[in-house]
Design a protein around this ligand. Structure first.
Ligand SMILES: Cc1cc2nc3c(=O)[nH]c(=O)nc-3n(C[C@H](O)[C@H](O)[C@H](O)COP(=O)(O)OP(=O)(O)OC[C@H]3O[C@@H](n4cnc5c(N)ncnc54)[C@H](O)[C@@H]3O)c2cc1C
Length: 299
């Protein structure tokens, strides 16, 4: 059996292109369909290349596309795909309105990775443990995908197909991610458990609650590292939606989400431990999000 270690060398030969416009980038990607990869921060892709798990013939660098680093929006917020994890975590609008996303970015393992890694790379790499995925699911994010002469918007719910697999077609570029806003008071929270600080999640949870009085008029419960893709717990959401929240109901919703997930045992954790942790984290995250939405403490 052949085993590869990280040699710190890039062994395969490839062409490196830095397009000056999105049109140029998508043209290059289309021209080299099947052989080209986008290079954003490189914190996933370069590691895969050093391990010879990815051998692209052409890399399309995003460095010259300043528009892809924008974080903008009056109502809905638009995050350019190449906005770094650090920039997203520091954005005033994200800090004010999308707390769970801010917390997920701050929970990234090291400052070096936060400064280089991008939100688009985190999503397109499609790791089940991608930390920004649960909060983006919780905020009903949509991905804007562009190709030569075409574009489409895909709900993040439908973006992930499996570990390392997304709906991105050959020649397509993730241009940005749009987050919906809300007219009613809203609270959100992200919690993650890893082996050590500088590691990806064993389990991560993001929740969002929209409040009207003592009811949760809408909510999302999303989890990472507990299934082949980042997932929502529809059962937990159904239990909570439209209901007067209580400690008991929140506990029932947490149990429901722990039942619904499909975790694996791997080097980081076991199925039983992941279920237990998911249960605890969902309960805690719902309680925190409810308080942040202005809800009274449960009796
Ligand atoms: C030491 C270390 C620690 C890490 N810690 C964490 C952590 O705590 N949490 C976490 O979630 N992740 C972590 N990661 C993983 C990684 O840093 C993140 O997934 C990061 O967000 C990837 O972004 P990037 O810009 O570096 O992506 P890249 O490596 O540049 O790209 C990743 C993949 O996405 C594709 N891609 C990138 N941008 C686009 C685009 N705009 N359109 C189409 N395809 C695109 C690339 O072709 C590639 O396939 C860690 C990695 C390392 C090495």
């Amino acid at each position: 059996m052949l085993t590869f270690t990280n040699t710190h060398l890039l062994l395969n030969e490839f062409q490196y292109v830095e397009p000056g416009s999105i049109d140029e980038a998508t043209s290059v990607l289309a021209e080299h369909a099947g052989e080209a990869r986008v290079l954003a921060g490189g914190t996933d892709l370069l590691v895969q290349m050093k391990l010879e798990r990815a051998e692209p013939r052409c890399l399309v660098g995003l460095r010259r596309l300043a528009g892809l680093r924008r974080i903008s929006g009056e109502r809905d917020v638009v995050l350019g795909a190449a906005a770094t994890i650090r920039a997203v975590s520091r954005s005033p609008v994200v800090r004010e309105r999308y707390t769970a996303l801010k917390e997920a970015c701050e929970a990234f393992s090291t400052v070096q990775v936060m400064v280089m890694g991008t939100i688009g790379g985190n999503i397109c790499n499609a790791s089940p443990a991608a930390d920004t995925a649960p909060p983006l699911l919780a905020f009903d994010a949509h991905a804007r995908l562009v190709a030569p002469g075409a574009e489409r918007s895909v709900p993040l719910d439908e973006f992930f197909l499996g570990p390392g697999r997304t709906v991105l077609r050959d020649g397509e570029l993730l241009e940005s991610i749009r987050l919906a806003s809300s007219a009613v008071p809203r609270g959100s929270a992200f919690l993650k458990l890893g082996r050590v600080a500088a590691d990806i999640s064993k389990v991560s949870v993001a929740v969002r609650i929209d409040r009207d009085g003592d009811r949760a008029v809408d909510c999302r419960v999303a989890l990472g590292a507990v299934a082949p893709t980042p997932v929502r717990s529809h059962q937990a959401e159904r239990l909570l939606r439209g209901q007067r929240l209580s400690a008991g109901l929140v506990r029932d919703a947490a149990h429901a989400s722990a039942e619904e997930i499909r975790p694996l045992s791997d080097v980081r954790s076991t199925v039983a431990y992941r279920r237990h942790v998911a249960d605890v984290l969902v309960e805690d995250a719902l309680t925190i999000a409810w308080r942040r939405a202005g809800g009274k403490d449960f009796a």
